[in-house]
Design a protein around this ligand. Structure first.
Ligand code: TMP
Length: 238
């Protein structure tokens, strides 16, 4: 597979064309941003952790019947994926109160919900990714009525699978963000990444944060936290 011109550079990843028009290469960077890019930094080795963790989880989900964009891991920082048209929605599932949920409703972090919640943000940097209702996403034609149903179903299925997996490595899956894309014939697949950048992961015993909140909140120890997730999944650090 030949790596060709860069198609897109995001905050944490670059996307390259290949000699196959239906496939692209994603390259994970160590760059970290928060608060819509206002806070910038790097987390050494993050690109490796996020690539390897995402690829592992995508393969696990695929084996459980969730269609994903993942094709093949190419290197420590690169994955071959199906080229998709990203649906401009961030799909957020929460199992435990934290982050913007705790802030918006004035509650503490760590309240375990009886049922997971779902919410959507409109992926639009100029607007700061505002929360959006399903009806507004339909009105704006960001997504179709059948698509949003499918996305909801898939997101909750993904939550069940990931929650069980993380429980097995003594990690609580507090919340996470997913993105979906359309491939040929408007078929919907899971895209983007599932990593400590896009999930809140707490040690199940100590509730220590093992995710990007350490960077967002200037807590320190982010390199160790990302490595700890890598270690619990693969038994090795990067
Ligand atoms: P929030 O509590 O800040 O709304 O975040 C919910 C989850 O979504 C959390 O696991 C972090 C993830 N997330 C992203 O992946 N990208 C983002 O831009 C934001 C705001 C959150």
């Amino acid at each position: 597979m030949e790596k060709r011109e860069m198609l897109y550079e995001g905050k944490a990843k670059k996307v390259f064309a290949t000699d196959d028009p239906q496939l692209v290469i994603v390259e994970y960077k160590d760059d970290a941003t928060a608060f819509n890019g206002q806070k910038k930094g790097t987390i050494a080795g993050k690109g490796v952790v996020n690539n390897r963790v995402t690829n592992f989880l995508m393969q696990m989900l695929a084996a459980a019947g969730i269609p994903t964009h993942f094709v093949q891991e190419l290197s420590d920082r690169e994955a071959l994926v199906t080229k998709v048209e990203i649906i401009p929605l961030e799909v957020i599932i929460r199992n435990i109160s934290a982050g913007s949920f705790a802030k918006r409703y004035g509650v503490e972090e760590g309240i375990v919900f009886d049922e997971p919640t779902i919410e959507f943000s409109y992926k639009n940097d100029d607007l700061g990714d505002p929360l959006i209702t399903e009806e507004h996403a339909l009105a704006l034609k960001l997504v179709g009525p059948n698509e949003i149903k499918r996305i909801r179903t898939m997101a909750f299925q993904i939550n069940t699978i990931l929650k069980d997996f993380f429980a097995g490595i003594n990690v609580e899956l507090v919340d996470f963000k997913l993105e979906f894309g359309r491939v040929l014939n408007d078929y919907i697949v899971l895209a983007d990444e599932i990593s400590p950048d896009t999930c809140r992961l707490w040690d199940a015993t100590t509730h220590e944060k093992l995710d990007k909140d350490r960077f967002r909140r200037d807590m320190g120890g982010e390199v160790e936290a990302y490595n700890e997730i890598m270690y619990r999944i693969f038994g090795e650090k990067c």
